[in-house]
Ligand binder design. Structure first.
Ligand SMILES: [Zn+2]
Length: 567
């Protein structure tokens, strides 16, 4: 065909050595094909899209990268119905060779139930490792299309976008004193993921139909019993959010057709803006009537796709009344728009904290702190771009009270002063910090103290450009600049890391790919410490965690002489 089909590292059928794969080349091959798929999509050449997708999903690079992805993400230790995990280099290598379209038969999902915020249980379907990897592989070929055709104001489950971008767009659409829309349609699709019409998906999703149909019909397994799936996207699958997004893409165009394209006088009159995060969306409008009309339009749009709006949960509200969206409350107070953590979100968070404290009655203090800190930090970070200072302080106070009770209950016969000196310490200007000194895993004494939510600085977030597309070369510098800003945040207070990251142009020296918050990183000593390598900057680099393992595995082979380097 073309030069695109470069077989890297190994030819099909041959043995693959996971740690000797050339990831820089693999990433490059996949990325180059993806850019071409996106270009063909922009040009409307769908025959070409299809043939490029075929090449990608049958290439060695595509398969290897898919295996890498599912063996590095959070679920890597969770097996499906076949109880298989790929946790050694040998199994990963075998897996690469097993990803074939011909004869592929997905296994049913393993169904588990996880607790929801309201105490009820939510069903979750878990595919096998192989099915996850197949989905990851087809997603590589689908995402350049979905990103090119996506609604500009869709922010959920898309690369380089997050809920904070959606919040910022709410601000853009609603904050102005006189010229912003005053009404909001707060919409809720009934069970979106479970109800999307299968025929609609097969007819409209630009990917291999045979494989897609197999996933849609694969069913799920619970308590040893097999259930069929008649509608919905394959749950728990890597590709599902993209399928759902693609089902809903086009909403923005439908609204523009009816209410005017950007900057037209019609658009300025109606002030209709869509802000969507996966299946959760709001539409703004000048009047209630405009939004009644928009709602009708959306009902029609969704009907084709097998979806309906929930009558009880969908409502039209005035902005002074406000609405909840993605865990925030968006509301104008005397004409001033404030986005704050939503009441429900705060309650859910505090319930979680209380649960942890409750189940830790006999746990050591340092272990309780280690359990609470990621929860508090994660929650505070989620809200750090909004008006959250006041709520942070309140939350800190509630947690403090619970910890005081936790401490007192452990020592019913001791005085308050005794309990205070045992569990609370002075930290800078603060007197009542829940903390202690404890040994870390290296046996060194360290202060372990509770994270304080109100220490999180509140910062304005700069929203991603609606049209930004990671598969379009035009946006390459744009994304690099954004990444630089987020990494500055991530490395806050760790200047050495930031220095290394910039010195390496943000790239991993092993695979040539970007090091981001999502990929994670390890610090690597170029000359190993065991061989006299120092902690100096000139002897350090940062690598992806997987690349770091790969580098060490190569070093080991060099030392033991078992490698194929010929040395
Ligand atoms: Zn790397």
């Amino acid at each position: 065909m073309t030069t695109a089909e470069i077989v890297v590292g190994a030819a099909s059928g041959c043995e693959v050595d996971w740690h000797s794969l050339d990831w820089a080349k693999i990433h490059q091959t996949v990325k180059r094909l993806q850019m071409r798929i996106a270009k063909a999509t922009r040009e409307g050449r769908y025959g070409r899209v299809k043939s490029l997708q075929w090449i990608l999903t049958h290439s060695f690079s595509g398969r290897a990268l898919a295996v890498k992805r599912v063996t590095e993400n959070q679920g890597k230790k969770t097996p499906g119905v076949d109880k298989v995990v790929w946790d050694t280099p040998e199994l990963k290598a075998e897996a690469v060779m097993s990803l074939k379209r011909r004869g592929y038969k997905p296994q049913p999902l393993r169904r588990v139930f996880i607790p929801k915020a309201n105490g009820k249980m939510r069903p979750l379907g878990i595919p096998t490792m192989k099915d996850r990897a197949m989905q990851a592989m087809y997603l590589q070929a689908l995402e350049p299309v979905s990103e090119t055709k996506a609604d500009p104001n869709s922010y959920g489950f898309r690369p380089m976008r997050a809920s904070r971008d959606a919040a910022e767009q709410c601000f853009t659409a609603l904050a102005r004193k006189k010229r912003s829309a005053l009404w909001v349609l707060d919409a809720d699709i009934s069970g979106c993921f479970d109800n999307i019409n299968h025929d609609w998906l097969s007819n409209n999703i630009p990917m291999d139909k045979v494989t897609l149909k197999k996933w849609l019909k694969s069913g799920f397994k619970w308590n040893g019993q097999l259930f069929d799936t008649e509608a919905g996207t394959p749950q728990g699958g890597i590709i599902s959010p993209t399928l759902a997004n693609m089902t809903l893409d086009g909403m923005e165009d439908a609204l523009k057709k009816r209410f005017g394209v950007k900057n037209s006088s019609e658009a300025n009159r109606n002030k209709v803006n869509l802000i969507r995060y996966a299946d959760d969306f709001v539409i703004t409008g000048t009047t209630k009537e405009v939004l009644e009309e928009a709602k009708e339009l959306m009902v029609e749009f969704l009907k084709d796709r097998g979806l309906t709006l929930s009558e009880e949960k969908t409502k039209i509200v005035h902005i002074e009344e406000g609405f909840d969206f993605l865990g925030w409350n968006v509301r104008k107070y005397d004409g001033k728009l404030l986005i704050k953590p939503a009441k429900k979100n705060v309650q859910t968070f505090l319930r979680k904290v209380r649960g942890i404290i409750k189940e830790s009655k006999t746990v050591k203090q340092e272990n309780l702190v280690r359990k609470l800190n990621p929860v508090i930090r994660g929650w505070a970070n989620y809200h750090q771009n909004q008006v959250a200072k006041e709520i942070f302080s309140k939350v800190d106070h509630v947690i403090w009270k619970q910890l005081w009770q936790w401490a007192c209950r452990r020592h019913p016969n001791k005085s308050a002063a005794w309990v205070r000196s045992k569990y609370f310490m002075r930290d800078g200007l603060r007197n009542w910090v829940f903390g202690t000194t404890a040994e870390d895993d290296k046996g060194e004494k360290k202060v372990v103290k509770l994270v304080i939510a109100s220490d999180t600085p509140i910062k304005r977030h700069v929203k991603i450009k609606g049209a930004a597309n990671p598969y379009d070369p035009e946006f390459e510098t744009y994304f690099e600049e954004r990444l630089g800003l987020t990494m500055k945040e991530s490395f806050k207070g760790r200047n050495r890391l930031l220095y290394l990251w910039y010195a390496q142009d943000g790239l991993c020296p092993n695979c040539g790919e970007k090091i981001t918050k999502d990929t994670g990183w390890n610090i690597h000593h170029i000359l190993p410490k065991a061989q006299g390598g120092e902690d100096k900057m000139t002897n350090l680099e940062i690598l992806h965690p997987n690349c770091h393992r790969q580098v060490h595995s190569r070093e080991k082979k060099l030392v033991t002489g078992s490698g194929q380097t010929g040395l």
